[in-house]
Design a binder for this molecule. Structure first.
Ligand code: GLN
Length: 487
């Protein structure tokens, strides 16, 4: 079925006219119709527009445009509800945006469209990307395709579930503290967070601007490399995007990892890790060793402070970024007798509990008298965390860790305990604090129930090529990606 193919498999078929883009789009829409009632990855999809866009891609193919010129021509890609797609709804899974519709394309979207992608559908997420389970969406929880009593991870849970359930060829998500890698791990697909500054954030609704990055969810590493290449590069509309040349990432995927040094961080052997996850990761490390990588122990001594540091920096930035949702400029409005009442009424009714908790926390750590004790100190610790990584990367080419300490947990299991939820981010947040790239790839399953386990590789700043080369070599030496959820 066309919806199950990787991007490279699908574009080969489109090029040789074995199928049309319309058929590819239709097979995704059919799958959405068949399974999304159970999964709820999608918030909305406009089938008529998706099919019309696919037909336009078919016309281009018929008129001679090749996939060399437009590598995604006719490929159906769905998008997390935090990225602006012109004339599509944009809600960040919050009630506060009301009936807001994006007036423009995010740069990443513009680039994918330029490469011929058919952008369709809005994907579920935790409200404003705050969460690790997609339970904080104002529009209902997404279910894990492997077990619909469990969460898909978050905040990009819809993006991960949609790819795992073959409802699209690939999807986009965002990662501020693990929101691409953790749901990819829990749903069994490939999720990549690029180096900070690699992909423009223009058109991404900001959660924590110094941590946010856009990235792809794909069915294999090669597709991840392709989407990364197509979305990367400097953009004058995002001053934090970096003028670093964009390599052809896919050309680095040659399977040869002999002599590369892989770091294992001793501080990541934390208590509370599911023994089945630990066992799968240990086997994966052995596998990487048998492929020729050299395993080296490294130390990331400030790991213990990462969760606390992240939840200060991220909430501080969120409290500032979310100030714009005041009932005046965007989306929903709840009237009041004066402007102040209008703000309070709108924000009180529009934001969910977790978003309010973060705004309150963030405002507190930034307030005078507490700024030095919390925010400033967290910024200093953040620098120490980055230095830990830079020091480790003097010895190794990449670092390997579990992506998440457990497989997918039950819906409701942690939703009343924010601290437990925050602690589940232990392996993913340092990467954002340090600004380095990370990727999660499938590395096995738990038994009883059968749930995907993710392996995380962390790379040097702008070291995506080597990181993906290692991920690809591992992936090709295993067959985890071929397993499909029981839908
Ligand atoms: N789970 C983390 C949080 O709740 C990360 C979210 C993200 O990466 N957007 O903040």
């Amino acid at each position: 079925m066309l919806n199950q193919l990787t991007i490279s498999e699908l574009t080969a078929k489109l090029s040789s006219r074995e199928c049309s883009a319309r058929e590819a789009m239709q097979s995704c829409l059919d799958q959405v119709k068949r399974v999304d009632g159970q999964i709820h990855a999608f918030l909305s999809h406009d089938d008529a527009r998706a099919l019309a866009d696919a037909e336009a891609a078919d016309k281009e193919i018929a008129s001679g445009t090749t996939h060399k010129q437009k590598p995604l021509l006719g490929v159906p890609i769905a998008v997390k509800d935090v990225l602006s797609v012109k004339d599509h709804p944009l809600n960040c899974c919050s009630k506060i945006l009301g009936k807001y519709v994006s007036p423009y394309d995010a740069t990443a979207i513009e680039k994918l469209r330029g490469a011929g992608a058919v952008i369709f559908g809005r994907l579920n997420m935790d409200e404003f990307a705050m969460g690790s389970s997609t339970e904080n969406s104002a529009f209902g929880t997404t279910k894990n395709p492997w077990d619909i009593t469990r969460i898909p991870g978050g905040s990009s849970g819809g993006s991960a579930a949609a790819v795992a359930a073959d409802e699209c060829s690939a999807s986009l998500g965002t990662d501020t503290g693990g929101s691409i890698r953790q749901p990819a791990a829990l749903c069994g697909c490939v999720g990549l967070k690029p180096t900070y500054g690699r992909i423009s954030r223009y058109g991404l609704v900001a959660f924590a601007s110094s941590l946010d990055q856009i990235g792809p969810f794909t069915k294999d590493v090669r597709d991840s490399a392709l989407l990364l290449e197509l979305m990367s590069g400097i953009d004058h509309r995002d001053s934090t995007s970096v003028p670093q040349p964009v390599p052809n990432y896919a050309s680095a995927l040659n399977g040869n990892i002999k002599g590369l040094k892989l770091g294992i961080a001793k501080e990541y052997m934390v208590g509370g890790m599911d023994p089945q996850v630990k066992a799968a990761v240990d086997v994966a490390v052995k596998q990487l060793e048998s492929l020729g990588a050299e395993i080296v122990e490294v130390s990331l001594p400030h790991t213990d402070y990462a969760v606390a540091t992240y939840y200060i920096v991220a909430t501080a930035e969120a409290s500032a970024n979310l100030a714009r949702f005041d009932g005046i400029r965007y989306g929903a409005r709840v009237e009041g007798a004066n402007p102040f009442e209008l703000y309070c009424n709108t924000r009180g009714a529009g934001f969910g509990a977790e978003v309010k908790r973060r705004i309150i926390l963030g405002t507190y750590v930034l307030s005078s008298g507490y700024y030095d004790a919390y925010y400033l100190r967290a910024q200093k610790v953040r620098t120490l965390i980055r230095q830990d990584f830079l020091k480790a990367f003097e010895k190794v080419d990449a670092i390997v860790t579990p992506t998440s300490p457990t497989a997918a947990f039950k819906i409701g299991e942690k939703s009343d305990d924010p601290l437990q939820m925050y602690l589940s981010d232990i392996f993913t947040i340092s990467c954002n604090l340090a600004g380095i790239p990370g990727v999660s790839i499938p590395c096995g399953f738990t038994t009883n129930p059968k749930l995907p386990i993710g392996l995380q590789l962390l790379g040097k700043p702008f070291g995506e090529e080597t990181m993906l080369k290692i991920a690809h070599a591992y992936e090709q030496s295993t067959s985890w990606r071929k397993e499909k959820p029981p839908l």
